[in-house]
Design a protein around this ligand. Sequence first.
Ligand code: NAD
Length: 297
Amino acid sequence: MSAEIIDGKKVAGLVRDRVREDVSDWKAKGNRPPFLQVVLVGDDPASRVYTGAKTKACEDVGIETKTEILQDTISAKELKALIREYNTDDSIDGILVQLPLPSHLSSHDVIETIDHRKDVDGFHPMNVGRLSLDQPCFKSCTPAGVMELFKHYSIGVKAKHAVVIGASNIVGSPMATMLSRENSSGKATTTICHKYTKDLTLHTINADILIVAAGQPHLVKAEMVKEGAVIVDVGINRVADETSEKGYKLVGDVDFESVKKKASWITPVPGGVGPMTVAMLMKNTLLAAKKSIYPVD
Ligand code: NAD
């Protein structure tokens, strides 16, 4: 058996095509283009790559964007004052603070300062809470991208046993919420594993759908996976590679070559979940501009 490949690059392209058309319609009705304000604190190379990819995606779909690059010495007070300015600026639809932040800044505190109606990352407690309540909200882009992949490939989730490895606020936890809610698209029986899980294989071997977001290269091996399972690898890890010009290559959390022989569907890294995250951010920014989630009363 060799798994079918879930082509995130292709599906992300389709999502972006739809957003581009919708942005064009929105502008044709006399509205200004959606605007995404990105905030980058410090000079983390990976964060620069991520914000660069988001800027390029915005340009591609007709969303306007600006990245404010701030010194890593900025105080919490100064950063929060800037965010409050963005909150009240009607020309800004979405606000994204690139994580991680330098250690002297609390990401919880900073994210909570963002107006939840502009929180296109879906990290604000209001959006996280509304997700748990099955209420309209901005959904965290990476897990929303995974759900979009299931939809595109007609991979049924309802009543399946889904296992999520990783319980972070931005990937694992919202992923498990989306999978498990009874009234939304999920409806799966869902298990969450994390670094305190004693025997990972005990859970993964029973998974019809296995989502791995641990940040541990090749954590999941073939012997941990049920025959015919759907495998979604969210992990993005840099590992040394002398044959590459950069000196490293990107690998996921799943041992792709061995696991694909047992799985029915699998996402590659790169080209799986990664492109979906950016595409869903574009979708959220358009929803913010249209006030679709939080209508103005
Ligand atoms: P994180 O470090 O915040 O959380 C990792 C989670 O995995 C924690 O809950 C931890 O308990 C768990 N974990 C770690 N080691 C484990 C182990 N051996 N067994 C079981 N659980 C374990 O990371 P994150 O921000 O959630 O990101 C996870 C991975 O996903 C990273 O590789 C990150 O780069 C990647 N990521 C990818 C995208 C994308 O767009 N594809 C987006 C965000 C994050």
